[in-house]
Design a protein. Structure first.
Length: 804
DNA sequence: AGCACGCCGACT
DNA sequence: GTCGGCGTGCTC
């Protein structure tokens, strides 16, 4: 077994297969599957993943692995297999699948540089470049390019005077802290103490300290807190009495936080009924998918917690997925409060280093529970006892880059492997999941009532057209405004929700209606208040905010700012005494500000919480008795077959923020289309009816869950090329699917141009096409290699969420 | 992805 | 005659 099959870090069609390498003698037995290695690849060096060991290779001239990057495999057997599964199910490259399963910090960084060849003296080089190589220095390739040195260096390289070096480095060093510790026993140290010259008083002090505290001490603390001098330490180290070592330490993002310990709550009757099948599935090591359908405030989290408790008692581990935005401290607090240090938290608010450290805790078996966003589904546990996906319907569980996986699918695959239950929890399940539960593929568990039999909040829908007709031009309906005044009077709290997805903050000329667009993409530029810039979210183009309309030279430029900002201003005018906390991208940009703002609100230092999407979920404050949705229909008219479903879910979720405890809650939903069923039924909180209505819609239009989707997106710098290739692909697929399937296209993508590339797509709706995967692979084979820089790009998304 | 190899136009 | 354009194909 001295040959390793390696998947190299080169995401391209032609390199998406294992390459064989000889394992150097010294590493035999050490290098095992799942490890990252540095291998020579052509003239360069790249990172690779060992996927298998073998004795023989088809190739006879194998090169050697340069060096391992890990001492312990970063992917275990199950995750390696899961990587293959991911590749098959998303048609992505193997390397992309592996990278997706690991924290970003483990992705390699590449460095190319030029140094003087061995045995060559600097005098042999042309004089002009001497100074780059003085004293054994080397020059980075990028600097060489910038300095126009490439031709000279190439010539020298050909002559053998310099060599090109390819470095593979870790993206990030492990955080290390220097510790000092005694090398001898206490008694020996006492003897040594006698030997120290009386003039070295500081060294004596330090030695006495170590005689009393023989444990390793942090060097920095010895110097800082205890006042020892670095020279004293050095003196004793030189005498061979003390040793120094670097120890890896974790960055613990929650280090300074205290989490009050909580105890399991007594379950209600409904909760009992719901948790029983989960517990027996855990005990019997049986894979089963449960859809936990419980209204907002029905106590789903307690069911999660107690199921996990059981899993831990069985000596197993748990993964809990939560949507990115709701990973509010509240959720973390509940898990940390119950399971303390057994919990690792993985979410986007952490730095790359912090995420890596949390991941390491899982890898080293130091925690039992991983709570995190989408990618936490790959937590490297070996003995999973349960996987929980909270707010199962959330679209953020679908990754929109390669590999385009859905965390729910990965969860079920892992659950199958580990023979453990998967819990999908939601107050508004996705149609896909609910349909599966109806068919008996998933087991349905219901929590129809709120805990303590608290009634669902009273919801009122206000027609804003009426308001306008009767002369109210403000953004608050009279009804909502009255209720707000009332709550302020009673010192109860209000949540105001502004859905601004669709048209976020753009700039428009009030005279001619000109909207600033990106010159490279067919999309409007977004206004960034922070640096007063207009930015394109798709290609990164930036420009100054114009003072004059570029079209008609008018100076009446209007900022359709963050929306929330405008509401805040208006609140300031209408209710000057109200204390408002605003939460949106602008105010939560900095790390920790999210947490801080919520704290401010929860401690009652504010009356009104005003925000976007991010406040729709997971908030649970007893004093909220009024929720206002300022305009319910902003997302209803997006070109997306799920827009009704998303609207319904969002409105239901926001409504659920009100009256969760003793006080009754009220909700006011303002809309311009009150007759739309998703708004009407969110108003009456009737999921079942909504489900039926929406299912009919989906059936008629052949959308999920009745049909699966596969989308091919083609982009090219020339419009005609993009169209013609999409045409070819559409024809190819059309000829290869059954009559039942529908192949749509070519159509321009909803964003027809990004980064000066025209985008066309082909959508396949199908029920059962066993050969479709193979056919799509062929499409990729045929077109992906034509992929030049200005050339063609073809991508496939199986079960797309964004049709863009 | 890089990088080398290889075959056709405008220049010292 | 050569330098250099980027099309094609390879990397164990």
């Amino acid at each position: 077994m001295n040959i390793a099959s390696v998947i190299v870090d080169v995401p391209a069609k032609q390199t998406d297969k294992p390459f064989d390498y000889r394992i150097p003698e010294g590493w035999l037995g050490t290098i095992v599957p799942g490890m990252r290695v540095v291998v020579p690849f052509g003239p360069r060096r790249v990172q690779g993943f060992v996927v298998a060991l073998k004795d023989h290779s088809e190739f006879n001239k194998l090169r050697e692995i340069h060096e391992p990057m890990d001492l312990v495999p970063v992917l275990n057997k199950e995750l390696l297999e899961l990587g293959n599964w991911l590749t098959d199910h998303t048609l992505s490259f193997k390397i992309s699948a592996f990278q997706a399963m690991l924290p970003a910090a483990l992705k390699a960084k590449y460095n190319k540089k030029v140094k003087l060849a061995q045995g060559v003296s600097i005098e042999e080089l042309p004089e002009g470049i001497h100074h780059y190589f003085e004293g054994g220095q080397s020059i980075g390739w990028e600097d060489a390019v910038k300095g126009g040195l490439v031709p000279v260096l190439q010539k020298e390289a050909a002559a053998g005077n310099v060599e090109v070096l390819y470095e593979v480095r870790e993206r990030l060093g492990k955080k290390q802290i220097k510790f000092v510790f005694p090398l001898l026993s206490q008694d020996e140290l006492r003897l040594a103490l006698e030997e120290i010259s009386p003039r070295a008083a500081r060294q004596k002090d330090l030695l006495e300290y170590f005689i009393e505290h023989p444990d390793p001490a942090e060097a920095r603390k010895l110097v800082g807190d205890s006042g020892f001098s670095p020279s004293a330490i050095k003196g004793l180290v030189d005498k061979g009495l003390l040793g120094e070592k670097e120890l890896e330490v974790y960055r613990d993002p929650y280090e300074d936080r205290e989490f009050p310990k909580t105890e399991p709550l007594k379950l209600t009757f409904d909760q009992h009924t719901a948790i029983a099948p989960i517990l027996s599935s855990i005990e019997e090591n049986r894979h089963e998918v449960f859809l936990l359908y419980g209204v907002t405030g029905s106590g789903k989290t307690e069911i999660y917690l107690q199921s996990i408790q059981e899993v831990i008692e069985e000596g197993k581990e748990a993964i809990v997925l939560v949507p990115e935005i709701s990973l509010t401290p509240q959720m973390v607090e509940r898990f940390k409060g119950r399971f303390g240090a057994k919990v690792a938290v993985l979410h986007s608010g952490l730095s790359a280093g912090e995420k890596y450290d949390e991941w390491r805790k899982i890898q080293r078996r130091e925690v039992k529970v991983a709570v995190g966003a989408r990618s936490a589904i790959f937590a490297p546990f070996e003995n999973l006892g349960i996987i929980i996906i909270d707010e199962e319907h959330e679209t953020s569980y679908k990754q929109e880059e390669m590999p385009r996986y859905h965390a729910r699918d990965v969860a079920i695959e892992r659950g199958r492997k580990h023979k453990c239950p998967v819990i999908l929890g939601s107050a508004t399940p996705s149609l896909e999941s609910f349909a599966r539960a109806q068919k008996g593929v998933y087991s349905l568990l219901k929590l129809p009532d709120r805990m303590n039999n608290q009634p669902m909040p009273e919801v009122e829908i206000v027609d804003m057209r009426e308001e306008l007709r009767s002369g109210n031009r403000s953004m608050f309906s009279r009804k909502l405004f009255e209720k707000m005044e009332d709550r302020l009077e009673k010192k109860e709290q209000i949540v105001l929700f502004l859905n601004k997805r669709g048209h976020s903050s753009f700039v428009m000329c009030r005279d001619c209606g000109y909207v600033m667009g990106c010159p490279h993409c067919d999309i409007s530029l977004t206004y960034h208040r922070r640096n007063e810039q207009m930015k394109c979210h798709y290609c990164g183009y930036e420009s100054r905010v114009p003072l004059q309309c570029p079209e008609c030279l008018s100076e009446h430029i209007r900022y359709f700012g963050t929306g929330t900002q405008k509401v805040e201003e208006e609140l300031g005018k209408l209710l000057p005494h109200a204390r408002v906390v605003r939460m949106d991208m602008d105010t939560t940009g900095r790390k920790g500000s999210h947490e801080r703002l919520l704290k401010e609100f929860s401690e009652g230092r504010a009356d009104i919480l005003l925000g976007t999407q991010m406040i729709a979920k997971g908030l649970d404050f007893p004093n909220i008795t009024l929720v206002g949705v300022l305009s319910a229909d902003t997302m209803l008219h997006l070109p997306d077959f799920r827009s009704s479903e998303k609207t319904f879910q969002l409105l239901t979720q926001v409504s659920g923020r009100a009256g969760r405890h003793e006080l009754l809650g009220e909700v006011v939903i303002q809309t311009y289309t009150p007759e739309h069923y998703s708004i009407e039924l969110a108003g009456s909180q009737n999921y079942d009816l909504f489900y039926q209505r929406e299912m009919m819609n989906r059936k008629v239009h052949k959308y999920p869950p009745f049909f699966y989707l596969a989308m091919v997106t083609v982009s090219h710098g020339e419009l005609m090329k993009a169209v013609s290739v999409t045409e070819q692909i559409t024809a190819f697929l059309r000829a290869r699917v059954s009559e039942e399937a529908v192949v749509l296209g070519p159509v321009a993508s909803p964003i027809p141009r990004i980064n000066d590339r025209y985008r066309y797509q082909c959508l396949v709706k199908y029920k059962r096409e066993p050969a479709l995967g193979e056919n799509l692979k062929q499409v990729l084979d045929r077109y992906q290699k034509e992929d030049g820089s200005g050339g063609l790009q073809v991508s496939v998304d199986l079960n797309p969420y964004l049709l863009m």
